[in-house]
Design a protein around this ligand. Structure first.
Ligand SMILES: Nc1ncnc2c1ncn2[C@@H]1O[C@H](COP(=O)(O)OP(=O)(O)OP(=O)(O)O)[C@@H](O)[C@H]1O
Ligand SMILES: [Mg+2]
Length: 276
């Protein structure tokens, strides 16, 4: 009989290895922002944001409401293109390609950079069709049954839905809907997964499932997560970027350093709850 604690320990070891690698080893950069500025009409929302996001780690973005976290996330997959008032200036590299180059197709880019939003937003379609949505929209041929199973397994939802794949995604609980949205983001096999407060609409148990899932996802994908929950950032991320009011990136470093010994007094005040 196999001993389940062996498996548990294996998983534990993998996770702690990747965390310590984040603070001690040079890793590849997958997304790099260089002097990104964003305006909504005449109001500047982000000022000269430069940062390098490491591959296959969790990078958290924290900061008070309105400081530009969502705006920055949307720069990475060019979702700001969909906002008429928004104007983005600067360079943002995915690998060695500036995604703002004229020859980049934003739809193809969004296949490489998936996104999960705060409010679970499954489409009024079956669970199966929700997972396959991105592939079908882009006319990508694949072994659909395999993609559905693999994506739902990676999203830790398969066991709960495998007998009801043709039921509507809207019939799932909030936490299950969010995992379905994660499965939908994973299905086209992206390189980067952006998550904008993915657990803030969920109860503590569903939140903890999403947090566990994020740690698993980071073994294969680069995860960038916006969160208002500082404990959550401290628990799940390898790197933390602190944005502060006015749309500045004030500090970006290993999560442990940010939370234990930040360079900036403003960051220290924010982390310790003196303002924000
Ligand atoms: N679609 C939009 N049109 C005009 N202004 C916008 C738009 N989206 C954001 N802004 C402005 O840009 C600034 C940054 O907003 P953003 O939503 O990026 O902040 P945030 O850090 O994600 O805040 P929160 O924590 O509340 O989600 C704010 O001043 C906001 O009012
Ligand atoms: Mg936001």
């Amino acid at each position: 009989m196999s001993d389940p604690t062996d498996d548990d320990m294996l998983i534990q070891t993998d996770v702690s290895d990747s965390v310590s690698a984040g603070s001690s080893t040079v890793t590849d950069t997958v997304v790099e922002a260089k002097d990104i500025n964003v305006w909504y009409d005449d109001d500047q929302a982000l000022h000269d944001i430069s940062l390098a996001i490491p591959e296959r780690q969790v990078t958290a973005m924290i900061g008070p409401s309105g400081c530009g976290k969502s705006t920055f996330l949307r720069c990475i997959n060019r979702m700001n293109d969909l906002i008429d008032a928004a104007r983005v200036d600067g360079e943002l590299y995915l690998g060695d390609k500036n995604v703002y180059d004229a020859d980049v197709d934003p739809v193809a880019l969004r296949r490489r950079v998936g996104m999960v939003f705060q409010k679970p937003n499954p489409f009024p379609k079956s669970i199966r069709e929700n997972v396959l949505y991105g592939l079908k929209v882009q006319g990508i041929d694949a072994d659909y049954d395999k993609v559905v199973e693999e994506s739902l397994r990676k999203a830790a939802l398969w066991d709960e839905v495998k007998d009801r794949l043709d039921e509507s995604g809207l019939e799932l609980s909030g936490g299950q809907q969010q995992r379905l949205c994660i499965a939908r983001a994973i299905a086209p096999d992206p390189e980067v997964i952006l998550m904008d407060e993915p657990a803030s609409a969920l109860d503590p148990i569903a939140t903890s499932q999403i947090e566990d899932l994020i740690a698993d996802l980071a073994e294969q994908y680069t995860v960038v997560i916006v969160t208002h929950n500082m404990q959550q950032a401290a628990r799940i991320s390898d790197k933390t970027a602190v944005f502060l009011t006015g749309g500045e990136l004030v500090e970006f470093d290993d999560t442990q350093k940010i939370f234990e010994n930040p360079e900036s007094e403003r960051v220290e005040d924010y982390i310790t709850g003196k303002f924000g």
